[in-house]
Design a protein around this ligand. Structure first.
Ligand SMILES: Nc1ncnc2c1ncn2[C@@H]1O[C@H](COP(=O)(O)OP(=O)(O)O)[C@@H](O)[C@H]1O
Ligand SMILES: [Mg+2]
Length: 271
């Protein structure tokens, strides 16, 4: 086994009596982008929370470097994985630099302040997420896209091997969505880390991911290379929406045309 991977086996996760994620098997290798897609409420955030130990597992295993994550010391785990949750609450009055400095906490001892190395890594993380020019600004004063980048810088300052991003583009306009997608692509090329994210836009998922994992009702229905996994049949099976996947000249990735609001299938669908 490649020691720097996360292996999820027969995972079950839930709340109270209800099991949400069922029989999940996954393998996450460093250096690639894995995107989870699936309808609202199918368990994507629940799976991410289990893999980052925010939630306990009801069954199965999550192994990091061959060790069960629930048995790892919290500090050690926080030096290997970080998560940008779906709903972040930005502390009142905090500057970008101070927010990003929070990412260094897993490396600090209670009796020590920030070391020189911490400061250098904070600077590096701000640069990597293109927020170094706004280090002194209040996070609350930033636009949605800038704020999201500040949070990504905070997660990067943890120097994780695995970076989890839960819907990093939701609530952003198309220009800022593209900015975050470009950042994900850059991070993938420049850093040897695995990025695992949740997206709703299937075209964007196809463009930036090495692997897509498609979920429905808490189960994995497909996983693999985007061009092999995403088909018109799969979109209909998972979302009950008819579509046509076409290739437009000059574009690297396929374009998806969805059925009209009247339920009319796009011309040529289901040929
Ligand atoms: N804290 C919670 N307590 C109880 N049920 C929850 C909680 N969070 C999510 N759920 C339920 O678990 C299911 C999956 O939710 P979630 O993982 O957030 O879905 P997704 O991220 O795919 O939209 C939903 O039915 C949701 O209502
Ligand atoms: Mg979610």
């Amino acid at each position: 086994m490649d020691c720097k991977e996360i292996v999820v086996k027969e995972l079950e996760v839930g709340y109270d009596e209800r099991i949400i994620v069922k029989g999940m098997d996954l393998q996450l290798k460093p250096g690639g982008v894995t995107t989870l897609i699936g309808p609202n409420g199918c368990g994507k955030s629940t799976l991410l929370k289990a893999m980052t130990r925010i939630l306990k597992c009801r069954g199965g295993w999550i192994l990091l470097e061959g060790r069960e994550i629930h048995e790892m010391p919290t500090k050690e785990l926080a030096q290997k994985i970080s998560i940008l949750s779906q709903h972040q609450i930005t502390p009142e009055d905090i500057t970008v630099k101070d927010l990003v400095s929070y990412g260094r906490m897993p490396y600090q001892k209670w009796y020590q302040g920030e070391s020189r190395e911490d400061l250098e890594i904070v600077q590096w993380a701000m640069k990597a997420a293109s927020v170094e020019g706004m280090a002194g600004r209040k996070v609350r004063s930033l636009s949605g896209g800038e704020r999201q980048r500040a949070w990504i810088a905070t997660a990067l300052a943890q120097k994780p091997q695995f970076l989890f991003l839960d819907e990093p583009t939701t609530y952003l306009d198309i220009a800022h969505q593209m900015e975050i997608m470009q950042l994900v692509k850059d991070l993938k090329e420049r850093l040897d880390i695995a990025i695992i994210m949740v997206l709703h836009d299937i075209e964007q998922a196809m463009e930036v991911s090495d692997q897509v994992v498609v979920m429905k009702d808490g189960k994995k229905v497909a996983a693999g290379a985007p061009l092999e996994v995403i088909t018109e049949e799969l979109i209909e099976q998972v979302y009950s929406v008819k579509s046509r996947i076409v290739r437009l000249p000059g574009r690297n990735c396929p374009t998806i045309i969805y059925e009209s609001l009247t339920g009319k299938a796009p011309a040529g669908a289901g040929r």
